[in-house]
Design a protein around this ligand. Structure first.
Ligand code: ZN
Length: 388
């Protein structure tokens, strides 16, 4: 038996179930930590494959884990399934479907596996850090390598995801009648606006590839009152957490200057976000080889490719990890988080890509268990990347 061939055959045979599951999740978008329907769909499908499923792991009601295989190294395949306020505009239903189909393919040759496959449901990627919680609570103990694949508008074997920091600001001024006695007040909104302008001026000085963006969550109470309280949120992103933190400190400097200029006070809350993604190139190259053999090259991304952030970054600082991206749109047709992407996440092209990616992931996972040299070189690379 050719294991790669058998994995692909089993995934093709499972296609209808994987597509139906992914479509059902797409039709019931659920926000972070509330993905009850999605978790039910996926755990039900895993049980139908004959897997024993642990639900509500690590104290997260929608996280789950099922494992099979033999004693030996362990590879985790992650299913994300949370949606955004505009629906499945990040296509996490396709991540879930690809993971499920990959697991079905690997399960079909379970007696031939030289180690363990862990199918894990990881909630709340969109701002909830589900994987960070799972990892910190020990749910990934004993896992040697983790993988998943994310839909996008391009096909790349790695996603150079950025590290993030969050800054929340609260300005307190003094309320006054905006027409009768504006001189009695100090405007928390003026401080807010100056902060955004100051951050825009600072932008020139941030290193290439970094980002800072924010929203005003409270812009004042009434247009005829000098605003006494305003609030906003910024996110800084950079190639390393260290630099994202430096950028967050610069945002705070801007806010303090604005507070001083407007006679207001500012309260700051800074929080570390996701870490940057350290792609394991040995494993990513193997994934790329399988993808190419399936008819779709998945090259290294070009330098400077615009990218987002993911809690898979945090996982990649603790173990071997890959996070390839697969195209469900062409450039110009919309990308992640845009309204147009919702439709593409439930399209024939999207499901074809999902099944193909499931095969490439499953064959890569199989190889990691079957080829001690591949796992050893991936481990050596990981050790070096964490040291440097
Ligand atoms: Zn996403």
């Amino acid at each position: 038996m050719d294991p790669h061939h058998e994995i692909c055959r089993a995934i093709d045979a499972y296609r209808d179930t994987a597509v139906a599951t992914s479509h059902a999740i797409h039709e019931h978008p659920e926000s972070r930590f509330e993905e009850v329907f999605a978790a039910e769909q996926l755990t039900g499908a895993a049980q139908a494959l004959g897997l024993a499923v642990e639900r509500g792991i690590a104290g997260l009601k929608t996280a789950f884990r099922a494992e099979f295989g033999a004693h030996g190294p362990s590879v985790a395949i992650f299913a994300e399934f949370d949606a955004l306020p505009n629906g499945h505009s990040c296509g996490h239903n396709l991540i879930a479907g690809a993971a499920l189909a990959a697991v079905a393919g690997l399960h079909s040759i379970a007696p031939h596996l030289k180690g363990k496959i862990v199918f894990m449901g990881t909630p709340a990627e969109e701002g909830g850090g589900g994987k960070v919680i799972l990892m910190n609570r020990g749910a990934l103990k004993g896992v040697d390598a983790a993988m998943m694949a994310h839909p996008m508008d391009g096909e790349w074997s790695t996603m150079p995801a950025l590290a993030t920091y969050g800054v929340r600001l609260k300005f307190r001024g003094k309320a006054a009648h905006a027409a009768i006695a504006p001189w009695d007040g100090s405007s928390a909104l003026a401080a807010m606006l100056q902060t955004f302008h100051a951050v825009d001026s600072a932008r020139l000085h941030f290193r290439d590839g970094s980002r800072v963006h924010g929203i005003i969550t409270n812009g004042g109470q009434a247009s005829n009152i000098i605003p006494e309280l305003t609030e906003c949120q910024f996110v800084t992103r950079a190639f390393t957490s260290k630099y994202a933190k430096e950028m967050a400190e610069r945002v705070i400097q801007c806010a303090r200057g604005a507070a001083m200029a407007t006679g207001t006070q500012v309260e700051e809350t800074v929080s570390a976000g996701y870490k940057n993604m350290i792609t394991n190139r040995a494993v990513a190259h193997r994934y790329a080889e399988h993808s190419k053999a399936l008819g779709t090259p998945s090259p290294d991304p070009p330098p400077g490719l615009p990218t987002g952030s993911t809690d898979m970054g945090d996982v990649s600082h603790r173990m071997i990890a890959i996070h390839p991206v697969f195209a469900i749109t062409s450039p110009g047709e919309g990308t992640c988080h845009e309204d147009a992407f919702v439709r593409h996440a439930d399209s024939p092209r999207g499901y074809d890509a999902m099944i193909r990616v499931a095969k490439a992931l499953a064959m890569t996972a199989f190889d990691l268990l079957a080829e001690p040299e591949l796992l050893a070189s991936a481990k050596a690379e990981f050790a070096q990347s964490v040291e440097s």
